[in-house]
Design a protein around this ligand. Structure first.
Ligand code: OXD
Length: 309
C-alpha cells in the first residue's frame, strides 16, 4: 500500500505521522524524492509544483489536503483519468464557523476600536449593533458556508445565503444565481465570502458588488484572495461606503510587507488561519477514499471538473 504526497513548502511531519498511526503498514512517499512513479495511483496534494502530476502516468485519485481544490485545478496538465477529491472533515466546518463568528462579533461589538483606544489609554464607551438587527449574507453555501450560516443564525443573526443553484436551509433564505444577487447584496450588512474559486467567482468582490451593499456594510473574506479586487476594497472603505473588512486570504501569501492592507486602520488581517485541516482527523477520509479506490467503490468529497468545486 502506498500514498504519495506532492506539495511545496508544507511541513509534512504531522501528515506522515497521522497516516502511519492509522495505517502502520502504509508506505508514504514524498515528492520529489520518491521513485517508481508508475506504481502510484493515489496522491495527496497541496500547492504542488505545476506539472508534477504528469510524472505519475497511472494516477487515479488526487486528494486535496484541504477544503479547496483551486490549487490542483489550475494545473493545465491534470491527468485526465484522475478523480479529484477534497477534504470534507466536519472539523473544518466547525472551525470555520467559530472563526467567522469571532470576526462578525468583533465587528458588531467594535472590539478592534477598543484595542486602539486601549493603546492610547482612552476610555471611550460606544454603542454596538445587536445580533437581531444585523443581516449576514453568506456567499457560497456549500459544506462550510451552510454550517457558518446555521451557526450565525443560532446566535441570533438574520442570515441569507447566495448559491448558484437552489437550496433549502432552515431559517436561511438562499438567493440563487445572477438573478438573486442584487437582492441578496442589498440585504447584507455583513458579507462573508465562502465561495469556491472558479472562473465565475474570481474578482466577484469588486466595486459593482460593494455598491449594491447597504451603506456601512462590512466584508469578510475567508475564501481565496483572488475573489477580491484589492484596490476596489480600499477605495470603497476610504469613500465611506464600506465600514471595513476582515481578510484571512490574499492574492499573494504571505501578504507582502509593503502591501497597503497592513497599515489600513479599517482592515483586519489574519494569516490564512480561518480553518486549518487537522491531519489527525482528515486522514480518516483520505484512507477511506484510498480503500474505496482499491475496491472500485465511489469516492467521497469528489469535485466536478466542469463546476470547479
Ligand atoms: C483550504 C484552505 O482550502 O485552508 O482548506 O484554504
Amino acid at each position: 500500500m502506498s500514498i504519495t504526497i506532492i506539495t511545496q513548502g508544507k511541513d509534512l511531519t504531522p501528515w506522515v505521522n497521522a497516516l502511519k498511526e492509522k495505517r502502520p503498514e502504509l508506505n508514504v512517499r514524498i515528492y520529489p524524492e520518491d521513485t517508481n512513479r508508475e506504481d502510484v495511483e493515489f496522491a495527496l496534494a497541496w500547492n504542488h509544483p505545476i506539472g508534477a502530476f504528469k510524472k505519475y502516468p497511472n494516477l487515479k485519485c488526487i486528494s486535496s489536503m484541504g477544503a479547496g481544490v483551486d490549487h490542483i485545478l489550475k494545473d493545465p496538465e491534470l491527468p485526465e483519468a484522475a478523480i479529484i477529491t477534497r477534504i470534507t472533515d466536519p472539523n473544518l466546518a466547525k472551525d470555520m464557523a467559530e472563526f467567522t463568528i469571532a470576526l462578525v462579533m468583533n465587528h458588531v461589538r467594535g472590539l478592534s476600536s477598543f484595542k486602539i483606544a486601549e493603546q492610547k489609554q482612552l476610555w471611550k464607551p460606544t454603542g454596538y449593533l445587536r445580533t437581531e438587527d444585523v443581516t449576514v449574507g453568506v456567499m457560497g453555501v456549500g459544506v462550510l458556508g451552510t454550517h457558518v450560516a446555521r451557526q450565525l443564525n443560532k446566535i441570533g443573526f438574520k442570515v441569507n445565503g447566495w448559491a448558484s443553484t437552489a437550496k433549502e436551509l432552515e431559517n436561511v433564505e438562499v438567493y440563487v444565481g445572477q438573478n438573486g444577487l442584487n437582492a441578496f447584496l442589498a440585504a447584507s450588512d455583513i458579507l462573508i465570502c465562502l465561495l469556491p474559486l472558479t472562473k465565475e467567482t474570481a474578482n466577484i468582490l469588486n466595486k459593482d458588488t460593494f455598491r449594491k451593499l447597504p451603506e456601512g456594510a462590512f466584508i469578510i473574506n475567508v475564501a481565496r484572495g483572488e475573489h477580491l479586487v484589492e484596490q476596489d476594497l480600499i477605495e470603497m472603505i476610504d469613500e465611506g461606503h464600506l465600514s471595513g473588512a476582515s481578510l484571512d486570504v490574499f492574492r499573494e501569501e504571505p501578504l507582502p510587507k509593503q502591501h497597503p492592507f497592513w497599515e489600513h486602520p479599517k482592515i483586519n488581517i489574519t494569516p490564512h488561519i480561518a480553518s486549518i485541516t487537522n491531519p489527525a482527523t482528515a486522514v480518516s477520509q483520505i484512507l477511506d477514499n484510498y480503500d474505496r479506490l482499491k475496491n472500485n467503490e465511489p469516492l467521497t468529497g469528489t469535485v466536478s471538473l466542469t463546476k470547479g468545486y
